[in-house]
Design a protein around this ligand. Structure first.
Ligand code: UDP
Length: 342
């Protein structure tokens, strides 16, 4: 019988790409979302890409304990991938309690319900933000976590700890994996699903594509005086489809009993540092256009450079990032044109 995976926040950017890969790998998927930061576009896109019209969609909020309980009673859930969370770093500094209450409460309900239902496998979407400004590059899973610089980052650390402690307390009845994402970018090659930022994008690639299409006048590159080869910050940009495939590997590892520890952590990145300027140049080249950009002061809270050592995920999960930065940036541009209706 097919295993069923609940994808909380499954109508969002990462969740929808993960739903596609899970279905294509032979899993049943239940999508649950409160639509606080997305609309039906990506859910409809998932149905089109997979040719499946019967993907269960539950409109609910994981902060609602009763609704979470009902969801687990209505579906036989073998594993949960938890995405449902607020994610704007800047807003989290201004409205910390909004972030603590939503991000912590929703995961608490997921974990409590997983325990009440006799255990299940839980995959948590964490972030490289837990490493702060690393002393040594690239970062491995053993690199120390550093005090979070935003409430958003702090919720990622707290949720990792909630999962670790629950796994230990239940003696493995609940098993857990935390995937620490680096910088997910791009869109599905079909251009039917992708990122839909509300308002002015905070992240680099949506800002680039919106500038290229004319929605924004000019990209500001935050800082060109960093101690990096070209003075701009370096990140590890990971293709969204590659990232989604890592979730399939992790879920399969859990469901097939291949975990070496009941709680495991994996870095999900390429191992390739790319500077902001390099990314802009690559975007211009692969899409054959000129981008309007200028150098601006540094953005508060940005780290100089961070990229992953993905060896652990490569060797243990048999997962590896495959797409080139050019393919990824072409997919981001195709998606922007798709949503602009061009
Ligand atoms: N960035 C930029 N201009 C923008 C948005 C981002 O120069 O309009 C830079 C940012 O300073 C960082 C990199 O792009 O060095 C990636 O930022 P993003 O917000 O996408 O991800 P982060 O690494 O902060 O999670």
């Amino acid at each position: 019988m097919k295993k069923t995976v609940l994808v909380s926040g499954g109508a969002g950017f990462i969740g929808s790409h993960v739903a596609v890969e899970l279905i294509q790998a032979g899993y049943e998927v239940v999508v649950a979302d409160n639509f606080s930061n997305c609309d039906m576009t990506c859910y409809e896109g998932v149905k089109k890409i997979t040719g499946r019209n019967d993907i269960p969609l539950v409109k609910m909020d994981f902060c609602d304990a009763e609704a979470t309980e009902k969801l687990f009673s209505d579906y036989r859930i073998d594993a949960v991938i938890h995405f449902a969370a607020y994610k704007a770093v800047g807003e989290s500094v201004l409205k910390p309690l909004k972030y603590y209450s939503n991000n912590i409460q929703s995961f608490l309900n997921v974990l409590e319900t997983a325990c009440n239902h006799g255990g299940c496998q839980v995959l948590f979407s964490s972030s490289a933000t837990v490493y702060g400004e690393p002393e040594k590059l690239p970062v491995t899973e053993e690199s120390p976590r550093q005090s979070a610089t935003s409430p958003y980052g702090n919720t990622k650390q707290i949720c990792e700890d909630m999962l670790r402690d629950t796994v230990h307390a239940t003696e493995g009845l609940v098993k857990g994996i935390a995937l620490r994402y680096f910088n997910p970018i791009g869109a599905h090659p079909s251009a039917l699903i992708g990122e839909l930022p509300r308002g002015v994008p905070n992240n680099l690639v949506p800002f680039i594509t919106q500038t290229a299409i004319g929605k924004r006048e000019c990209l500001s590159i935050f800082g060109n005086d960093y101690p990096t080869p070209d003075g701009t910050c370096q990140r590890d940009y990971i293709d969204i489809v590659d990232l989604a495939k890592a979730h399939v590997c992790a879920v399969t590892r859990m469901l097939e009993g291949k975990m070496k520890q009941p709680y495991e952590i994996f870095n999900i990145g390429t191992g390739r540092p790319v500077s902001v300027l390099e990314l802009v140049k690559a975007f211009e080249k692969v899409n054959n256009l000129k981008l309007n950009y200028k150098f601006a002061p540094r953005r508060a809270g940005d780290v100089t450079a961070i990229w992953a050592d993905p060896t652990h995920a490569n060797e243990e999960m048999g997962w590896k990032a495959e797409r080139t930065i050019e393919q990824t940036l072409a997919s981001a541009w195709a998606w922007e044109k798709h949503i602009a209706g061009k």
